[in-house]
Write a protein that binds this ligand. Structure first.
Ligand SMILES: [Zn+2]
Length: 98
């Protein structure tokens, strides 16, 4: 999934919220807006973290799919089902493959 990574939101939120509290002029009510913006960024970062599947997880899924279809190159001449290279009979129709 393209877009800004959740950790960017998290860091930006912490930075903005933190700066609004420790930065100069932090006793002005105006800076409270920045604090809430920072909190919103942190919140959005967590939302992204929870709801977007991580690249790592996608990679694992792809790997598992590759593994599942790996070696299935023997196409049945009768029903076109993919069978394992070492299969003697088609797993779909029972056609003798070798
Ligand atoms: Zn078959």
């Amino acid at each position: 999934m393209a877009g800004i990574h959740w950790i960017v939101y998290l860091f930006a939120g912490i930075l903005v919220a933190g700066y609004s509290k420790i930065g100069p002029g932090n006793d002005e009510p105006f800076f409270n807006i920045f604090f809430y913006i920072g909190i919103a960024f942190i919140f959005w970062g967590f939302v992204k973290l929870i709801f977007s599947p991580s690249k790592k997880r996608e990679k694992v899924l792809n790997y598992q799919q590759d593994k599942a279809s790996a070696g299935r190159n023997l196409v049945c001449p009768r029903c076109n089902a993919k069978n394992f290279n070492y299969s003697k009979f088609c797993h779909m129709c029972g056609f003798k493959l070798r």
